[in-house]
Design a binder for this molecule. Structure first.
Ligand code: ATP
Length: 241
Protein backbone atom coordinates (compact mmCIF):
# COMPACT_ATOMS: atom_id res chain seq x y z
CA UNK A 1 0.00 0.00 0.00
CA UNK A 2 1.25 3.45 -0.85
CA UNK A 3 0.11 6.49 1.08
CA UNK A 4 -1.70 7.87 -1.96
CA UNK A 5 -5.18 6.45 -2.23
CA UNK A 6 -6.31 4.91 -5.51
CA UNK A 7 -9.60 6.80 -5.23
CA UNK A 8 -10.20 10.06 -3.43
CA UNK A 9 -13.57 11.72 -3.23
CA UNK A 10 -13.50 15.17 -1.65
CA UNK A 11 -16.54 17.23 -0.73
CA UNK A 12 -18.78 15.59 -3.32
CA UNK A 13 -22.25 17.02 -3.90
CA UNK A 14 -24.55 15.51 -6.50
CA UNK A 15 -28.16 14.53 -7.13
CA UNK A 16 -30.92 14.14 -9.66
CA UNK A 17 -32.04 17.36 -11.31
CA UNK A 18 -33.11 19.66 -8.50
CA UNK A 19 -33.01 16.87 -5.94
CA UNK A 20 -29.77 16.83 -4.02
CA UNK A 21 -28.99 13.35 -2.72
CA UNK A 22 -25.35 13.78 -1.69
CA UNK A 23 -24.27 16.94 0.11
CA UNK A 24 -20.76 16.46 1.31
CA UNK A 25 -19.07 13.12 0.84
CA UNK A 26 -15.36 12.48 1.16
CA UNK A 27 -13.89 9.02 1.14
CA UNK A 28 -10.79 7.05 0.22
CA UNK A 29 -10.07 3.68 -1.31
CA UNK A 30 -6.52 2.34 -1.32
CA UNK A 31 -5.20 -0.27 -3.72
CA UNK A 32 -5.43 -3.70 -2.11
CA UNK A 33 -8.04 -2.54 0.37
CA UNK A 34 -11.79 -2.54 0.81
CA UNK A 35 -13.72 0.55 1.81
CA UNK A 36 -17.21 -0.33 2.96
CA UNK A 37 -19.84 2.34 2.54
CA UNK A 38 -22.73 1.92 4.96
CA UNK A 39 -25.88 3.88 5.74
CA UNK A 40 -29.63 3.65 5.93
CA UNK A 41 -31.83 3.41 2.86
CA UNK A 42 -31.67 6.66 0.92
CA UNK A 43 -28.45 7.82 2.63
CA UNK A 44 -26.80 8.42 -0.74
CA UNK A 45 -24.59 5.35 -1.13
CA UNK A 46 -25.69 4.40 -4.65
CA UNK A 47 -25.61 8.02 -5.74
CA UNK A 48 -22.01 8.31 -4.51
CA UNK A 49 -20.97 5.25 -6.54
CA UNK A 50 -22.79 6.63 -9.59
CA UNK A 51 -20.85 9.88 -9.28
CA UNK A 52 -17.54 8.01 -9.11
CA UNK A 53 -18.57 6.03 -12.20
CA UNK A 54 -19.47 9.28 -13.97
CA UNK A 55 -23.20 8.49 -14.20
CA UNK A 56 -24.09 11.41 -11.92
CA UNK A 57 -22.45 14.78 -12.43
CA UNK A 58 -20.53 16.21 -9.47
CA UNK A 59 -22.09 19.57 -8.66
CA UNK A 60 -19.34 20.29 -6.16
CA UNK A 61 -16.23 18.54 -4.99
CA UNK A 62 -13.50 16.56 -6.63
CA UNK A 63 -12.90 12.94 -7.63
CA UNK A 64 -9.30 11.83 -8.00
CA UNK A 65 -8.38 8.41 -9.40
CA UNK A 66 -4.83 7.14 -9.57
CA UNK A 67 -3.56 10.67 -8.99
CA UNK A 68 -5.65 12.24 -11.78
CA UNK A 69 -8.61 14.57 -11.38
CA UNK A 70 -11.44 12.73 -13.17
CA UNK A 71 -14.30 14.91 -11.92
CA UNK A 72 -15.26 15.99 -15.44
CA UNK A 73 -14.29 12.81 -17.30
CA UNK A 74 -17.05 10.92 -19.13
CA UNK A 75 -18.28 7.60 -17.79
CA UNK A 76 -16.93 5.38 -20.59
CA UNK A 77 -13.48 6.91 -20.23
CA UNK A 78 -13.53 6.09 -16.53
CA UNK A 79 -14.11 2.43 -17.43
CA UNK A 80 -11.09 2.60 -19.71
CA UNK A 81 -9.07 4.24 -16.94
CA UNK A 82 -9.78 1.29 -14.63
CA UNK A 83 -13.01 1.95 -12.75
CA UNK A 84 -15.61 -0.82 -12.86
CA UNK A 85 -19.10 -0.55 -11.38
CA UNK A 86 -21.41 -3.49 -10.72
CA UNK A 87 -24.78 -1.87 -10.19
CA UNK A 88 -27.32 -3.12 -7.70
CA UNK A 89 -29.47 -5.94 -9.03
CA UNK A 90 -27.53 -5.83 -12.26
CA UNK A 91 -29.02 -8.24 -14.70
CA UNK A 92 -26.88 -10.28 -16.98
CA UNK A 93 -28.13 -11.02 -20.48
CA UNK A 94 -30.22 -14.03 -19.61
CA UNK A 95 -30.48 -15.46 -23.11
CA UNK A 96 -26.75 -15.24 -23.72
CA UNK A 97 -24.30 -17.85 -22.53
CA UNK A 98 -21.96 -17.22 -19.63
CA UNK A 99 -19.02 -16.74 -22.00
CA UNK A 100 -20.95 -14.35 -24.25
CA UNK A 101 -21.82 -12.28 -21.20
CA UNK A 102 -18.19 -12.13 -20.13
CA UNK A 103 -17.04 -11.07 -23.59
CA UNK A 104 -19.76 -8.41 -23.68
CA UNK A 105 -18.42 -7.14 -20.35
CA UNK A 106 -15.06 -6.56 -21.96
CA UNK A 107 -16.23 -4.77 -25.10
CA UNK A 108 -16.48 -1.44 -23.32
CA UNK A 109 -12.70 -1.47 -23.01
CA UNK A 110 -12.37 -1.30 -26.81
CA UNK A 111 -10.11 -4.38 -26.90
CA UNK A 112 -10.36 -6.77 -29.82
CA UNK A 113 -11.87 -10.24 -29.57
CA UNK A 114 -8.52 -12.02 -29.30
CA UNK A 115 -7.33 -9.90 -26.41
CA UNK A 116 -10.65 -10.29 -24.67
CA UNK A 117 -10.46 -14.06 -24.95
CA UNK A 118 -7.15 -13.89 -23.13
CA UNK A 119 -8.90 -12.11 -20.26
CA UNK A 120 -11.33 -14.99 -19.81
CA UNK A 121 -8.73 -17.22 -18.14
CA UNK A 122 -8.23 -15.16 -14.98
CA UNK A 123 -11.99 -14.71 -14.60
CA UNK A 124 -12.58 -18.46 -14.94
CA UNK A 125 -9.77 -19.08 -12.45
CA UNK A 126 -11.55 -16.87 -9.97
CA UNK A 127 -14.97 -18.40 -10.62
CA UNK A 128 -14.49 -22.06 -11.62
CA UNK A 129 -18.26 -22.50 -11.65
CA UNK A 130 -18.46 -20.04 -14.54
CA UNK A 131 -15.84 -22.03 -16.44
CA UNK A 132 -17.87 -25.19 -15.90
CA UNK A 133 -20.98 -23.45 -17.18
CA UNK A 134 -19.44 -21.32 -19.90
CA UNK A 135 -21.83 -22.63 -22.56
CA UNK A 136 -24.89 -22.40 -20.30
CA UNK A 137 -27.53 -19.79 -20.98
CA UNK A 138 -27.15 -17.30 -18.14
CA UNK A 139 -30.83 -17.30 -17.22
CA UNK A 140 -30.33 -20.86 -15.97
CA UNK A 141 -27.73 -19.86 -13.39
CA UNK A 142 -28.63 -19.49 -9.71
CA UNK A 143 -28.90 -15.98 -8.25
CA UNK A 144 -25.46 -16.33 -6.69
CA UNK A 145 -23.91 -17.51 -9.94
CA UNK A 146 -25.50 -14.60 -11.79
CA UNK A 147 -23.93 -12.23 -9.28
CA UNK A 148 -20.55 -13.94 -9.84
CA UNK A 149 -21.11 -13.46 -13.57
CA UNK A 150 -21.92 -9.76 -13.11
CA UNK A 151 -18.67 -9.36 -11.15
CA UNK A 152 -16.82 -11.44 -13.74
CA UNK A 153 -18.11 -9.12 -16.49
CA UNK A 154 -16.70 -6.15 -14.61
CA UNK A 155 -13.36 -7.92 -14.16
CA UNK A 156 -13.04 -8.40 -17.92
CA UNK A 157 -12.12 -4.71 -18.09
CA UNK A 158 -9.18 -5.40 -15.73
CA UNK A 159 -10.16 -2.63 -13.34
CA UNK A 160 -7.93 -1.19 -10.64
CA UNK A 161 -11.02 -0.13 -8.71
CA UNK A 162 -14.14 -2.26 -8.42
CA UNK A 163 -17.34 -0.74 -7.06
CA UNK A 164 -20.00 -3.19 -5.92
CA UNK A 165 -23.50 -2.01 -5.00
CA UNK A 166 -25.17 -4.51 -2.71
CA UNK A 167 -23.74 -7.62 -4.34
CA UNK A 168 -25.40 -9.79 -1.68
CA UNK A 169 -28.88 -8.42 -2.28
CA UNK A 170 -31.44 -11.21 -2.23
CA UNK A 171 -28.87 -13.99 -1.86
CA UNK A 172 -28.84 -16.80 0.71
CA UNK A 173 -26.38 -16.40 3.64
CA UNK A 174 -24.05 -19.10 2.30
CA UNK A 175 -23.85 -17.22 -1.00
CA UNK A 176 -23.22 -13.92 0.81
CA UNK A 177 -20.17 -15.60 2.36
CA UNK A 178 -19.03 -16.62 -1.12
CA UNK A 179 -19.39 -13.07 -2.42
CA UNK A 180 -17.34 -11.75 0.50
CA UNK A 181 -14.68 -14.42 -0.11
CA UNK A 182 -14.48 -13.13 -3.68
CA UNK A 183 -14.03 -9.58 -2.40
CA UNK A 184 -11.19 -10.80 -0.16
CA UNK A 185 -9.48 -12.50 -3.09
CA UNK A 186 -9.77 -9.37 -5.22
CA UNK A 187 -8.27 -7.17 -2.55
CA UNK A 188 -5.44 -9.67 -2.06
CA UNK A 189 -4.75 -9.30 -5.80
CA UNK A 190 -4.16 -5.57 -5.26
CA UNK A 191 -7.51 -4.26 -6.43
CA UNK A 192 -9.22 -1.47 -4.56
CA UNK A 193 -12.85 -2.24 -3.71
CA UNK A 194 -15.61 0.20 -2.79
CA UNK A 195 -18.41 -1.91 -1.37
CA UNK A 196 -21.98 -0.88 -0.55
CA UNK A 197 -23.69 -3.63 1.35
CA UNK A 198 -26.85 -4.15 3.38
CA UNK A 199 -25.29 -7.25 4.91
CA UNK A 200 -23.21 -4.89 7.04
CA UNK A 201 -21.81 -7.47 9.46
CA UNK A 202 -20.50 -9.61 6.57
CA UNK A 203 -19.09 -6.55 4.83
CA UNK A 204 -17.26 -5.41 7.97
CA UNK A 205 -15.43 -8.76 7.98
CA UNK A 206 -13.62 -7.82 4.76
CA UNK A 207 -13.40 -4.05 5.36
CA UNK A 208 -10.21 -2.04 5.81
CA UNK A 209 -11.97 1.31 5.99
CA UNK A 210 -15.53 2.01 7.10
CA UNK A 211 -17.38 5.06 5.84
CA UNK A 212 -20.92 5.70 7.04
CA UNK A 213 -23.32 8.10 5.31
CA UNK A 214 -26.45 9.67 6.66
CA UNK A 215 -28.65 12.02 4.65
CA UNK A 216 -25.95 12.52 2.04
CA UNK A 217 -23.14 13.30 4.47
CA UNK A 218 -20.31 11.30 6.03
CA UNK A 219 -20.96 10.68 9.72
CA UNK A 220 -18.10 8.24 10.33
CA UNK A 221 -14.91 7.44 8.43
CA UNK A 222 -12.46 5.21 10.21
CA UNK A 223 -10.07 2.31 9.65
CA UNK A 224 -11.88 -0.94 10.37
CA UNK A 225 -9.31 -1.78 13.05
CA UNK A 226 -10.42 1.29 15.00
CA UNK A 227 -14.06 0.31 14.94
CA UNK A 228 -13.73 -1.83 18.03
CA UNK A 229 -17.36 -2.57 18.67
CA UNK A 230 -19.05 -3.29 15.36
CA UNK A 231 -22.29 -4.17 17.09
CA UNK A 232 -22.41 -0.73 18.68
CA UNK A 233 -21.71 0.82 15.28
CA UNK A 234 -24.55 -1.10 13.68
CA UNK A 235 -26.88 -0.21 16.57
CA UNK A 236 -26.13 3.50 16.36
CA UNK A 237 -26.29 3.91 12.62
CA UNK A 238 -29.00 1.46 11.73
CA UNK A 239 -31.16 1.57 14.85
CA UNK A 240 -30.64 -2.17 15.15
CA UNK A 241 -32.22 -3.83 18.14
P1 ATP B 1 -30.57 2.33 -0.77
O1 ATP B 1 -29.93 1.50 0.25
O2 ATP B 1 -32.06 2.45 -0.57
O3 ATP B 1 -30.20 2.00 -2.18
P2 ATP B 1 -28.79 4.60 -0.91
O4 ATP B 1 -28.02 4.98 0.30
O5 ATP B 1 -28.08 3.89 -1.98
O6 ATP B 1 -30.08 3.81 -0.47
P3 ATP B 1 -29.48 6.49 -2.94
O7 ATP B 1 -30.09 5.45 -3.81
O8 ATP B 1 -28.17 7.04 -3.31
O9 ATP B 1 -29.40 5.94 -1.46
O10 ATP B 1 -30.55 7.66 -2.80
C1 ATP B 1 -30.24 8.90 -2.16
C2 ATP B 1 -31.42 9.83 -2.34
O11 ATP B 1 -31.58 10.13 -3.73
C3 ATP B 1 -32.74 9.27 -1.87
O12 ATP B 1 -33.46 10.30 -1.23
C4 ATP B 1 -33.42 8.85 -3.15
O13 ATP B 1 -34.81 8.95 -3.02
C5 ATP B 1 -32.89 9.85 -4.16
N1 ATP B 1 -32.84 9.28 -5.49
C6 ATP B 1 -32.21 8.14 -5.86
N2 ATP B 1 -32.34 7.90 -7.19
C7 ATP B 1 -33.07 8.92 -7.69
C8 ATP B 1 -33.55 9.27 -8.99
N3 ATP B 1 -33.29 8.51 -10.06
N4 ATP B 1 -34.28 10.40 -9.10
C9 ATP B 1 -34.54 11.18 -8.04
N5 ATP B 1 -34.11 10.92 -6.79
C10 ATP B 1 -33.39 9.81 -6.60
Amino acid sequence: MTDDPLLRVDGLATGYGDIRAVWDVSLRVHAGEVTVLLGRNGAGKTTTLRAVAGLNKAEAGCITFDGEDITGVRAHRRVGAGIAFVQEGKRVFRRRTVEENLLLGGYSTGKGKHKLRAELGPVYDMFPVLADRRRTVSGQLSGGQQQMLAIGQALMAKPALLMLDEPSGGLAPSVVAEVMATVSTLKASGMGVLLVEQAAAAALEVADQVTVLDVGKVVLDRPRAEVADTNALLDVYFGRA
